[in-house]
Design a protein around this ligand. Structure first.
Ligand code: HEM
Length: 306
């Protein structure tokens, strides 16, 4: 039911493929926004995880909203059997992020100053609008849950792996302890040996395809529209965070400089070297170029200050 008939190519396109093609430009733009901003929440620019926590609170609104809605529907079903089947199909306990998100934020807050915690409480209030927007969309069209699962979990399985690497490289001193409060970025099946993210990602994609095949044509179109809206929301979140995080002029200039990494560059690398280590080599080289640019920006800042 879910496959779209592509008239030009005369072929059936899966919903996942349709989503990837439709959001390519948006993903590229988002990537260009996020990649150069990541160093702003890490040393040597940041001296505490405050900005990172702000980012987690704001982007966390999306996960809290759709996972909360999803769990409620599974516990007290009000949906018809077909939609419930979709909800159940992609539901894995190891996939859900809300618990890890709350756990990491609480752990990080315990080392912040009282005034910083108050700042975060204000931010939670100010970013509530994003959560409400997601909840409203899901209440009106429950099948668009698939837009949220596809976007927000595949984001973690792809760019999220690179982001996690960057975060970990800040070291235990920055994170205030040897147990890093970064469980949000890790997928682990409870009670099982670590099977690796790639296996879990494939498992998710397979189930997603099964769930997507239950959608009607119109519902599939709604999922595509919602995914585009969601990418827009992520971009708005970056702008929102820019306004809510007091950054110095040199930090702003750094974040606004052209992106060092584009999704298409990464994709080219994946296509050319279809194994995971090669992607990581590409990401590692990108990391070092970010680090070089960071130190150049900082050196520029130091010399202009001096
Ligand atoms: C909120 C921000 C982001 C969202 C919502 C997002 C979302 C997604 C989604 C849904 C996919 C899956 C595409 C597919 O498998 O068809 C994806 C793939 C990917 N993303 Fe992101 N992403 C984000 C940020 C980033 C960043 C910052 C990077 C940079 C490291 C990145 C790098 C990648 C890569 C390398 C892929 C795989 C490329 C491909 O197979 O086409 N993403 N992302």
């Amino acid at each position: 039911m879910s496959s779209q008939f592509n008239q030009e190519e005369g072929a059936q396109t899966s919903l996942a493929e349709e989503l990837r093609t439709t959001t390519r430009q948006q993903h590229h733009a988002l990537n260009a926004q996020i990649t150069p901003r990541l160093p702003l929440c890490l040393p040597p620019i940041a001296d505490s995880p405050l900005i990172y926590v702000k980012g987690m609170i704001v982007f966390g609104q999306i996960y809290i909203a759709f996972e909360g809605f999803w769990e409620t529907q599974l516990a007290f079903p009000q949906l018809n059997q077909r939609l419930l089947q979709i909800y159940e199909n992609v539901h894995f306990p190891w996939l859900l992020r809300s618990r890890q998100l709350r756990h990491d934020i609480d752990a990080l807050k315990s080392d912040l100053l009282r005034s910083q915690i108050q700042e975060l409480e204000v931010l939670v209030d100010e970013s509530r609008g994003f959560r409400l927007q997601v909840e409203r969309s899901l209440s009106a069209r429950p099948h668009v849950l698939l837009a949220y699962t596809w976007t927000m979990y595949l984001a973690l399985f792809n760019g999220g792996r690179w982001i996690r690497g960057q975060l970990v490289s800040a070291g235990p001193e920055f994170w205030r302890g040897s147990t890093l409060p970064l469980s949000f970025w890790e997928f682990r099946k409870e009670g099982e040996v670590d099977v690796g993210d790639e296996r879990l990602k494939e498992e998710f994609k397979e189930k997603f395809q099964g769930a997507a095949s239950i959608l009607t044509e119109e519902e599939s179109r709604n999922v595509v529209e919602e995914t585009m809206k969601l990418f827009d929301m992520c971009s708005q979140m970056v702008e929102f965070l820019d306004n809510k995080t007091a950054t110095s002029p040199s930090q702003k200039a750094f974040a606004e400089s052209p992106s060092l990494l584009t999704a298409s560059q990464l994709k080219d690398s994946i296509v050319a070297n279809s194994t995971a280590p090669s992607l990581w080599q590409c990401l590692t080289s990108v990391c070092s170029s970010i680090k070089t640019t960071t130190s150049t920006a900082l050196r520029g800042k130091a010399s202009s200050a001096g």
